[in-house]
Design a protein around this ligand. Structure first.
Ligand code: BJ8
Length: 386
């Protein structure tokens, strides 16, 4: 956050320069025959990809400049995340817009059946990159759903074995589960520090590392997280209370920092995010005592994405986070044309009202056209909750 009395963390400076290093690592890996998998969603278990000896990068687009490329192929009225992602992949450079190098390096996309826009985008992406789709059951609380999801993960494991030529062993999966749980625990420690009042780190700074969570290698991510925790943990306790904000709703992939920065430039501090670039990505651990494939299926099917129905688990999580992080107000953040999160807003609003927690709803895209109008609404909200 570009605010006086906020710390500058060295870790985030190093993180800023991590892109080139990671690209070198990936190209060296590819030269030695290692496969690279691209993903778009939390429902794809990293553990299976790594246990097969492949690497992975996230392909979700958060930049506005590739949206116009996608609009040559896709309808305008779909969410900017899908358009930006698609635009980055199909961009042939003729438009003069440069896509990040990793979009052109993946050997296979591993997709999932979540929202309609993504499902249909994956059908088109198959023309550009081999695309494997995990079929996700969307009524997660039934025993049949778990059984079906487990069978889908088994098929996915087989597909990874075929791609890499490596066998996924039970021991390999156990090791990857332990490793991913270590990352989740580090993120819990970082979020524990955000419970202080005032928070020793801004939401904009936490977002920088969360946007790289599925881009960096797991080892590098752990190294950065540990460094950041050390730095944040040694910040002197501050005195000035700022309105404590929770963001809830759509993810904010790399390149998209608009609303986060606006909230914090208006005097609030984001202390937690109920989002896939937030707690949804790490809150639950995988049970290390169970048979690994079953444990993965049980953990991943519970992710409270709005593509699930019913999705009451999400409301419970929001209320729990609001209590734990002593939230003064929630900013409900949706991307335009994201029907799932837009419709679920009604239930979230009702639950927060009953709990006496104020909420402001912001629906936006990746452009700057609405910055002034959103700024005025955030100003009024801050005044109300201060
Ligand atoms: S688990 S939130 S990463 S699907 S914003 S593309 S939902 S129309 S990103 Fe997501 Fe997985 Fe769910 Fe998380 Fe569709 Fe909405 Fe666009 Fe979205």
């Amino acid at each position: 956050m570009p605010e006086e009395n906020m710390q500058c963390f060295k870790t985030l400076e190093y993180l800023k320069n991590s892109y080139g290093e990671r690209i070198h690592q990936i190209s060296d890996e590819r030269k030695s025959g290692k496969k690279l998998v691209g993903t778009f969603c939390l429902f794809v278990p990293d553990e299976i990809i790594f246990a097969a000896g492949a690497d992975r990068v996230i392909l979700c687009g958060g930049k506005n400049d590739t949206v116009s490329i996608a609009e040559q192929y896709l309808p305008r009225n779909i969410c900017p995340l899908v358009k930006s992602s698609f635009g980055s992949i199909v961009n042939d450079g003729c438009s003069g817009i440069k896509s990040c190098s990793h979009f052109s390096m993946v050997d296979m996309i591993v997709a999932e059946n979540t929202c309609d826009s993504k499902k249909k985008m994956y059908e088109l992406l198959g023309d550009y990159v081999p695309t494997y789709v995990i079929d996700l059951p969307q009524r997660p609380d039934t025993p049949e759903a778990l059984k079906y999801f487990l069978s889908e993960l088994e098929k996915f494991r087989d597909a990874m074995e075929q791609l890499t030529g490596n066998k996924v062993t039970t021991e390999g999966l156990r090791q990857e589960i332990r490793s991913s749980n270590e990352t989740r625990q580090l993120l819990h420690r970082l979020y524990e520090l955000r419970k202080r009042d005032p928070s020793p780190i801004s939401g904009a700074d936490v977002l920088k590392i969360l946007q790289k969570q599925y881009f960096l290698s797991p080892d590098k991510l752990k190294e950065y997280l540990q460094m950041l925790i050390n730095e944040v943990g040694s910040v002197e306790p501050g005195q000035v209370h700022k309105p404590r904000i929770m963001i809830s709703g759509c993810p904010m992939p790399g390149g998209n920092t608009k609303v986060t920065e606006m909230i914090e430039s208006k005097g609030g501090v984001i202390v937690t995010e109920e989002s896939c670039t937030g707690t949804r990505s790490f809150w639950d651990l995988v049970d290390e005592n169970k048979e690994p494939m079953t444990a993965l299926a049980e953990r991943y099917i519970k992710i409270p994405c709005s593509c699930m129905s019913p999705n009451d688990r999400r409301i419970d999580n929001i209320l729990e986070l609001a209590r734990e992080f002593r939230i003064d107000g929630v900013i409900y953040y949706t991307l335009q044309f994201c029907h799932g999160y837009n419709i679920e807003k009604q239930k979230v609003q009702k639950a927060l009202k009953e709990a006496g927690i104020p909420m402001l709803s912001i629906e936006t895209d990746y452009s700057d056209s609405d910055v002034e109008q959103i700024g005025l609404r955030i100003d009024a909200f801050m005044e109300m909750i201060s």
